[in-house]
Design a protein around this ligand. Structure first.
Ligand SMILES: Nc1ncnc2c1ncn2[C@@H]1O[C@H](COP(=O)(O)OP(=O)(O)OP(=O)(O)O)[C@@H](O)[C@H]1O
Length: 249
């Protein structure tokens, strides 16, 4: 397996005296989509901040495309695109200008850029808004611009945090279709979401976080087994519920 993201024995958090992440170990391989799930406060966003390099591990390490951030910062940063839970755009730039900036940052060739831009604008129903300033877009449209930027870059790794909030049903479908496509083309995707039915349908493996630990990881069958559900029919939500409540109501 070709691991694009490797998280090894990661201990981290906001204060050295009180770590929030307690020794996380997981990988995301080329060609797979992995769902990161957990209750509010489980540590999903903190894990993502460590992967993005916004927080430094207290112990352990994170590797993207085979390197840590300290070893090869440029290689590390250009190997992933991040879609945050809340869109972060430049209010005075247009949709097209955002895409252009991303194209330059990720070294997308001019010829590829034009084709990818048109396809994305069309797929996400944003053709009429291509010249609109970010500050004039609706919340869902701003989220679409973040998603389009990530897809335009075509990096080996996508980190996607709760992407469905604010998106209309058509946009959710476009996003999921595109994610399946980029995955089939060899990208690795780590997606955090509370929408367990969608995570179950689209992800190949799951990481269940609880109180800063990994309570279970693997295929649906692995997660069911860790939850003590023997029958083959339990959903991800059944297993998740059991893992985080211990089966208590
Ligand atoms: N900036 C911060 N400073 C100190 N502690 C923080 C900070 N951000 C989060 N925490 C704490 O870290 C722990 C994990 O929070 P985190 O945001 O990673 O959870 P999460 O799984 O992403 O939750 P949610 O589903 O609500 O987004 C929580 O106990 C939280 O209070």
């Amino acid at each position: 397996m070709d691991a694009i993201l490797q998280v090894k024995q990661l201990i981290g958090g906001y204060s050295p005296r009180r770590p929030v992440l307690h020794g996380l170990d997981f990988e995301v391989n080329a060609g797979e989509m992995v769902g990161l799930i957990g209750l509010n406060g489980a540590g999903k966003s903190t894990t993502i901040k460590h992967i993005l390099g916004l927080m430094k591990p207290q112990q352990g390490e994170v590797k993207v495309a085979g390197t840590t951030l300290a070893e090869q910062p440029e290689r590390y940063r250009s190997a992933f695109a991040y879609v945050p839970e809340a869109p972060e755009l430049f209010p005075e730039l247009t949709v097209e200008e955002h895409l252009h900036m991303t194209g330059m940052a990720y070294d997308v060739a001019e010829t590829d850029f034009a084709a990818r831009q048109e396809e994305l604008l069309e797929q996400f129903q944003m053709l009429p808004k291509r010249k609109a300033f970010a500050s004039h877009l609706s919340k869902g449209m701003r989220q679409k611009v973040m998603i389009m930027n990530a897809l335009l870059a075509q990096p080996p790794l996508y980190i996607i945090d709760e992407p469905f909030l604010g998106l209309d049903p058509l946009a959710i479908r476009s996003l999921l279709e595109r994610l399946v496509e980029v995955k089939q083309n060899g990208a690795a995707i780590l997606m955090s979401s509370h929408i367990l039915s969608t995570v179950e349908t689209y992800c190949d493996r799951f990481i269940v976080m609880h109180h800063g630990h990994i309570a279970a990881q693997g295929t649906l069958e692995d997660v069911r087994r860790a939850a003590g559900i023997d029958r083959r029919s339990g959903t991800l939500e059944d297993a998740f519920y059991k893992l985080v409540t211990g089966g208590r109501p």
